[in-house]
Design a protein around this ligand. Structure first.
Ligand code: PEP
Length: 270
């Protein structure tokens, strides 16, 4: 049975009060649900929520109090330096101090709205791995790149630029998220076949770097998530694909009800 990763990116939504209610409800439901509990405790399911910075403390406090295996909290961003004169920035040790164990990097909104370059993403990736803060690295093509048949080229460039200078051991700790830009927040989910094709290609590029010839197959189990308008009605079809290990969910992760619907649809697929 493959392990499923269901990760929720809240972007700039849900303040402290909403976060408190969300995490309390989530933990309560998860503790009462024997199926979810079973998947979490056997390490076949991982749920992680990425709230805005100001809500991290509240979410982490509730998670810590509940002490539930398989439930995590992560940051949406971070600076690659540990401290210094970087007004408005927050470092990886700071979010770790709050209880974060994951960090989102290279999200298309960071790349396209905040002009984050591949070089900057590479620096952040190195710093997060050095701190043992597990990165979720987002890659994906725009609509015009897909229309121009550049999808594979874009993915290969983004992957190679992100992991430049990293050793195999570190690369194996990255969680990848294939998020076609045209599918994020648009309601236009990639078809399971298109998502599989892109994730399979991404896996082949990563495997070229991390595989030890004839020795191990750890590259085969590198988690690759799909993101882009995932909801309860389409998650099962995506997870049935051999190279899709989970989902990065934006809008549909904002309420406990819809997040739990997705969890149930994912676990009861087929
Ligand atoms: C995202 O923010 O990474 C995302 C996939 O958003 P949505 O699910 O809303 O498309």
């Amino acid at each position: 049975m493959k392990k499923i990763f269901l990760y929720g990116n809240w972007k700039m939504h849900n303040g402290i009060k909403e976060t408190e209610t969300f995490f309390k409800d989530l933990c309560e439901h998860v503790c009462e649900d024997v199926v979810i509990c079973d998947f979490l405790s056997r390490n076949f399911l991982e749920i992680c929520i990425f709230p805005p910075f100001t809500s991290l403390f509240m979410g982490a406090r509730i998670l810590g109090y509940m002490g539930k295996t398989g439930l995590f909290i992560g940051a949406q961003n971070g600076h690659y330096e540990e401290k210094g004169a970087f007004t408005g920035e927050i470092s990886f040790p700071m979010v770790q101090e709050l209880g974060c164990t994951r960090v989102l990097l290279g999200h298309s909104e960071r790349r396209h709205i905040f002009n984050e370059s591949n070089e900057l993403i590479n620096k952040k990736l190195k710093a997060s791995l050095q701190r043992r803060l597990r990165p979720v690295l987002c890659i994906g093509e725009t609509f015009s790149e897909r229309e121009s048949d550049l999808t594979f080229q874009v993915l290969e460039n983004q992957i190679n630029a992100a992991i430049k200078g990293l050793d195999k051991e570190n690369i194996r700790n990255i969680i990848w998220a294939y998020e076609p830009v045209w599918a994020i927040g648009t309601g236009r989910t990639a078809s399971p076949e298109n998502a599989q094709e892109a994730c399979c290609f991404a896996r082949s590029v990563i495997s070229k770097v991390v595989r030890d010839e004839g020795k191990d197959k750890t590259w085969n189990s590198i988690p690759i998530l799909y993101g882009g308008s995932v909801k309860a009605s389409n998650v099962a079809g995506l997870l049935e694909q051999p190279d899709i290990d989970g989902a990065l969910i934006g809008g549909a992760s904002l309420s406990v009800e819809s997040m739990l619907e997705i969890v149930h649809a994912a676990l009861h697929r087929g």
